[in-house]
Every structure is written in structure tokens, then in C-alpha cells.
Write a protein that binds this ligand. Structure first.
Ligand code: DQA
Length: 144
């Protein structure tokens, strides 16, 4: 199995985008840590970011049955039934992650249409949201 980390729209701007909400770490810095951690334990990892919903969906479609998905769907979290359906279509275990605490912000961010098809959600811990999700994914994949 392989771990996929998929970042959705606007996350390429991390570091410069609303740092009070999303922190000063760039996406590249976050990715580096994740890749390093997975490589240390010898688990393959693929990390991608896109601003195009269809591209995200196609990466999900290319996942194998023994893969694991760590996904920050960005604003798609709140309304993309297409991303949700892609996850259920391939039946891969997934964790939804957010840098900010989506439950402590605007009303529209409190709803996730993705979380119900994931094992769980980690929200509000900044870059740590990703690394904790990766710890779990590595645990699952090394047990298989
Ligand atoms: C986000 C939260 C979303 O509401 C927002 O649209 C994002 C980032 C987060 O990581 O905190 O793009 O997913």
C-alpha cells in the first residue's frame, strides 16, 4: 500500500495565505516533513496539490485498494459531493485534515460533506494535523 496526501484548492499559497489562520509554514515545508517521515519507515508516499476538482478526483480514482488517503479538500470540504463520491467509489480508507479548526470559524465551514466517508477528521492543529494523520496511516499500512 501507498500513502497519498492530496491538498485541495488554494493550499499552494500556504505561508502567504491568511497566515493568522493557516500559519506561516509553506506547503513545501509541510510536504517535506511528511515525505521524510514515510521514507524513514519505508512506506511509499505520493503528495499532490491541485486547484482543479477533476484533477483531485482523478488522483483518487488512481488509488489502489491497499492505499491510504490523507486529504485536505480545502473549500471543497464544505460542498463537493463529487469528491465525496470519488472516495466511496474506490473504497479507500481516508482521513480528512484541516490546518484551521473548521468548527470554530464561519458557519459554512462547520459542515463537511467529506468527513462522513472518512475514518476521521483532524482539524485545527496546523501542520500537525497532517503529521498525526500520517502516523495513523503508517500504523495501518505497516499492519497490513
Ligand atoms: C482548510 C479549511 C477550509 O474551510 C478552507 O476553505 C481551506 C483550508 C484548512 O485546512 O483549514 O482552504 O481546509
Amino acid at each position: 500500500g501507498k500513502i497519498w496526501v492530496l491538498h485541495g484548492p488554494n493550499l499552494n499559497l500556504l505561508g502567504r495565505r491568511e497566515p493568522d489562520k493557516y500559519g506561516v509554514q509553506t506547503l513545501e515545508e509541510i510536504n517535506k516533513e511528511l515525505i521524510h517521515k514515510a521514507q524513514t519507515v519505508g512506506i511509499p508516499i505520493q503528495v499532490e496539490q491541485t486547484n482543479f476538482e477533476g484533477e483531485l478526483i482523478q488522483w483518487i480514482h488512481s488509488m489502489g485498494p491497499d492505499d491510504f488517503l490523507i486529504i485536505n479538500p480545502g473549500a471543497w470540504t464544505h460542498y463537493s459531493y463529487a469528491v465525496r463520491d470519488a472516495i466511496t467509489s474506490v473504497q479507500v480508507p481516508a482521513i480528512e485534515v484541516h490546518l484551521s479548526n473548521i468548527h470554530a470559524r464561519e458557519e459554512f465551514r462547520k459542515t463537511s460533506v467529506i468527513a462522513p466517508v472518512c475514518r476521521g477528521q483532524i482539524s485545527g492543529l496546523g501542520g500537525k494535523s497532517y503529521s498525526l494523520a500520517l502516523d495513523y496511516a503508517l500504523e495501518v499500512l505497516t499492519q497490513n
